[in-house]
Design a protein around this ligand. Structure first.
Ligand SMILES: Cc1ncc(COP(=O)(O)O)c(C=O)c1O
Length: 373
C-alpha cells in the first residue's frame, strides 16, 4: 500500500530553529523586536507597502481593520459569502451587518457587478477575498468604492506574492490582511499581517496593535511616557513567531518556484487527460497564480464527494472548502434571504488537491483521479 499523501505538509527551510534560538539567546521574547522589524521591512521593501504590522493571525489583522475603519453597530459590510468565517466575524464582532455578494460564475472571487446594487447609506466597506491567491478585479472594485466613499479591505490570507496588473495584492485596498497559518505558502504556525496603505490609519494602527497604548511611539523616543489612548488588543506576535517567519521569508522565491512547478504539473497532466467531469482553475488575464491551491470544479456535490472518497481509498487526502456563510447556522437568519447560486456552486463542487513543497506524487494523484471519475 502506498504511503498516505496528506492534504498539507508544513515546509521547514531548516533555519527556523536557528533564528528562534537566536531570538531566545538575545533575551527579547515579546513582540516588536528585531525579527518582527526584519519581517515587516521585508514586506515593505519587496512590495512597496506603506506600513506592515505582524499579527498573531489573519483573523486578528481583519479585526484590527474593523477597528481602524471604525465600524459601528448597524454599519453594512459587503463581502463574498464563499469565504472563511473570519472575514465576516471580524466585522460582526463590532456590530456590523454583513451583506453577502455572489461570486463569479466561473471563479469564487466576488463579482463586482453584484456589489453596486447592494450599496446603501449604511454601507461602510467592501471586503474582497483573493481566493486561491488569484486577484479580484481591483480596478472595478476600487472605482465603485471611490464613487460611494467606501473603504476596501483585501482579505489576502492566501495571496502572498500574487499580483493584479503588476501590482502586489495587499497593496491596493486601504487595508489588507495576510495569513501565515501552517496551510499557507509562507508559514509561522499561526500568524498574520496587517498592511496599511492609507496614511489616515498609520498612527492609530500601532496603538490598536499595542493594546490601545502609544507604547511604540514611546520606545521610538517620540514621547516621554506612554498610556492608554484608544481601544486595542494584544495583536502582536512574539519574537519567536517572527524568527520562524524570517526563515521562511528568506526562502520565499524557492518556495514559490517549487509550488508553481507542482501546480503546473497538475494543470498539464489534467488538461492533457480526456476527463471531462470537472473543470480546472481559471486565472484571469489581469491576475497571477501564486500556486496557493489547486482545485477541481465538479458540477454536482455527488460527483465531488465520490471523488474525495475514491481518492481517500488511494490514500490521498483531497478536501472540499468553504460552506456558504449566508447559509451558516450563525448567519442564516440574519441574511436577507437572497439566493447566491454561484457561491453555493463552489461550496458543493470544489475539491482541493494536496499541494505542498515536498509533494512528489502528482502523477500518482492525477492517475488516481482518472481512475475515480
Ligand atoms: C480567506 C481567509 N481569510 C482569513 C483566514 C484566517 O486566517 P488565520 O488562520 O491566519 O486567522 C483564512 C484562513 O484560512 C482564509 O482562508
Amino acid at each position: 500500500m502506498r504511503k498516505h499523501i496528506g492534504f498539507n505538509k508544513p515546509y521547514l527551510t531548516g533555519k527556523e530553529t536557528h533564528y528562534i534560538y537566536n531570538a531566545v539567546s538575545t533575551g527579547k521574547l515579546s513582540g516588536n523586536g528585531q525579527y518582527t522589524k526584519k519581517c515587516q521591512n521585508f514586506f515593505q521593501d519587496r512590495y512597496n507597502f506603506k506600513k506592515c504590522l505582524l499579527t498573531t493571525s489573519c483573523t486578528d489583522a481583519l479585526e484590527m481593520a474593523s477597528i481602524l475603519i471604525d465600524v459601528q453597530k448597524g454599519d453594512e459590510i459587503i463581502m463574498p459569502s464563499y469565504t472563511f468565517v473570519s472575514t465576516a466575524n471580524a466585522f460582526v464582532l463590532r456590530g456590523a451587518k454583513i451583506v453577502f455578494a455572489d461570486s463569479y460564475i466561473d471563479h469564487p472571487n466576488i463579482d463586482p457587478l453584484a456589489i453596486e446594487k447592494l450599496i446603501t447609506e449604511r454601507t461602510k466597506a467592501i471586503v474582497v477575498v483573493h481566493y486561491a491567491g488569484v486577484a479580484c478585479d481591483m480596478d472595478l472594485i476600487m472605482e465603485i468604492a471611490e464613487r460611494h466613499n467606501l473603504f476596501v479591505i483585501e482579505d489576502a490570507a492566501q495571496a502572498i506574492e500574487s499580483f493584479y496588473k503588476g501590482r502586489p495584492l495587499g497593496g491596493i485596498g486601504h487595508l489588507a490582511a495576510f495569513s501565515f497559518h501552517e496551510t499557507k505558502n509562507i508559514i509561522s504556525g499561526e500568524g498574520g499581517m496587517l498592511v496599511i496603505n492609507d496614511d489616515r490609519f498609520v498612527e492609530r494602527s500601532e496603538i490598536i496593535w499595542e493594546k490601545g497604548t502609544n507604547r511604540s511611539a514611546f520606545f521610538r523616543g517620540e514621547i516621554d511616557k506612554y498610556g492608554w489612548v484608544d481601544i486595542g488588543s494584544s495583536f502582536l506576535p512574539s519574537e519567536l513567531i517572527a524568527a520562524f517567519l524570517w526563515a521562511q521569508l528568506e526562502n520565499l522565491d524557492d518556495i514559490q518556484s517549487k509550488r508553481k512547478n507542482i501546480w503546473d504539473k497538475y494543470y498539464e497532466q489534467l488538461s492533457n487527460s480526456s476527463i471531462s467531469s470537472f473543470d480546472l482553475p481559471f486565472i484571469p488575464e489581469y491576475a497571477t497564480n501564486n500556486a496557493h491551491m489547486f482545485y477541481l470544479l465538479f458540477s454536482n456535490i455527488g460527483n465531488r464527494n465520490d471523488t474525495i472518497k475514491s481518492l481517500n481509498q488511494s490514500n490521498i487526502n483531497a478536501v472540499f472548502h468553504y460552506l456558504s456563510l449566508h447559509k451558516s447556522k450563525f448567519y442564516e437568519a440574519k441574511h436577507d434571504g437572497r439566493e447566491l447560486p454561484n457561491c453555493d456552486f463552489f461550496a458543493s463542487g470544489l475539491l482541493r488537491l494536496p499541494l505542498y513543497y515536498e509533494l512528489e506524487e502528482v502523477s500518482y494523484i492525477t492517475e488516481s483521479i482518472a481512475k475515480s471519475v
